[in-house]
Ligand binder design. Structure first.
Ligand code: P1T
Length: 384
């Protein structure tokens, strides 16, 4: 069995710990060394040991790219300096006038990048829940469907397999932002998506100590184009950041199991609570896209959102009253966070089709002791 075949046969946890991480050939170090060198000696012009200049390729980045590609079931992985840098590189694949069909719930920064930076592209925000409705309203110039599932912050889930089949029939590619799901819970390429993108800042790194982005693909042609832009535009992560993300990703499976269990305990506090208007969590049977989530995810994730009956003021009071849930942007790390999307992560979507309700709070449920998180949220809700 060749190396690639052997890695494909490994389970998820084994790939997280061993893919791209053979003991160092020189020293036997079991942890990939952090290669800080910006340049690599050449024996003669063009005669290299595989590396020339660190923007174009770096051993630590190689190890990390191999690891995460293996987790996504992808043949190619590319690391970037941030999630938005990764998205920016993907958007450069398209030509002026090409249309992006963007799911109408998504990270505010993604909306800002598409609508305010890549202004040569056309875009339409659509509700992707009902694939038949999407098919009958399909703009002919669509070249890419861009979706998150679950979405940020309403956690809507879309049928990736059905959307990919439709897009391919109509000549478009599908980009899935898998940040909220993680490769442990959902693997979009196996469902037919063409490109997977991550904010590695979140569950991949998992410890709120590194900003990064990642793209995983199977198509060699798309991979070549992305590799060209990664080098030509240069938004690469530093070796130390690659090391941090690689280190964090080793424990993804055990972290995600706990994130999911803790999220369920939090949902139990929220459902039926007198201060709470509505709870958003993909496991709830009436949640938008619950059946797609049940079909394509192995569990429902660590993110929970909810609206307050008392409106914006009540939401702000609850956000100020938690102690273990730290008030802050970002998500997907070991510590629990709470935030008010309308004024924080999604402020740039105000007045757009992606605007979020201002009585909404979003929780990134961490891996602390569940009963402590439950007690903290319960006391904060008394302030609603
Ligand atoms: O922050 P950065 O690493 O550049 O990733 C951007 C990004 C991309 N995709 C999704 C689904 C995201 O949630 C993000 C970043 N989101 C936050 C910072 C947040 O708190 O929602």
């Amino acid at each position: 069995m060749g190396e690639i075949e052997a890695q494909e046969a490994w389970g998820f946890d084994t790939r997280a710990i061993h893919a791209g991480q053979e003991p160092d050939a020189t020293t036997g170090a079991v942890v990939p060394p952090i290669s800080l060198s910006t340049t690599f000696a050449q024996e003669g012009v063009g005669n290299t040991k595989g590396f020339e200049y660190s923007r174009s390729g770096n051993p630590t980045r190689n190890a990390y790219e191999t690891q995460i590609a293996a987790l996504e079931g992808a043949t190619h992985g590319l690391a970037f300096a941030s999630g938005l840098a990764a998205e920016d590189n993907i958007l450069r694949l398209f030509q002026a006038g090409d249309r992006v069909l963007l799911g109408n719930d998504a990270y505010g920064g993604t909306y800002r990048l598409i609508s305010k930076v890549h202004t040569h592209l056309a875009w339409t925000a659509v509700d992707l829940l009902d694939v038949d409705v999407v098919a009958s309203n399909w703009p002919d110039d669509t070249k890419v469907v861009w979706l998150e599932s679950p979405t940020n912050p309403l956690l809507r889930c879309f049928d990736i397999e059905a959307i990919s089949a439709l897009a391919h029939e109509r000549g478009a590619v599908v980009v899935v932002d898998n940040t909220f799901a993680t490769p442990y819970l959902q693997q979009p390429l196996a469902l037919g998506a063409d490109i997977v993108v991550h904010s590695a800042t979140k569950y991949l790194g998992g410890h709120s100590d590194v900003v990064g982005g990642f793209v995983a693909v199977n198509d060699p042609e798309i991979s070549l184009q992305l590799r060209f832009t990664q080098n030509a535009a240069g938004a690469v992560p530093a070796p130390f950041d690659c090391y941090l993300a690689l280190r964090g990703a080793k424990t993804q499976a055990v972290r995600m199991d706990r994130h999911c269990t803790n999220a369920r305990a939090i949902v139990d506090v929220l459902v039926g609570h007198k201060a709470v208007e509505r709870v958003f969590y993909p496991q709830l049977p009436d949640h938008p896209g619950h059946s797609a989530a049940a079909k394509q995810m192995s569990d429902f994730g660590g993110m929970v959102s909810f609206t307050l009956r008392g409106g914006r003021a009540a939401a702000l009071r609850v956000a100020a009253a938690t102690e273990l849930f730290t008030l802050g942007e970002s998500l997907g790390a070991v510590e629990s966070l709470i935030e008010h999307p309308a004024h924080m992560t999604h402020a740039s979507a105000a007045g757009s089709p992606l605007e979020v309700p201002d009585n909404l709070l979003r929780l990134s449920v961490g891996i602390e002791t569940a009963s402590d998180l439950v007690a903290d949220l319960a006391q904060a809700l008394e302030h609603a």
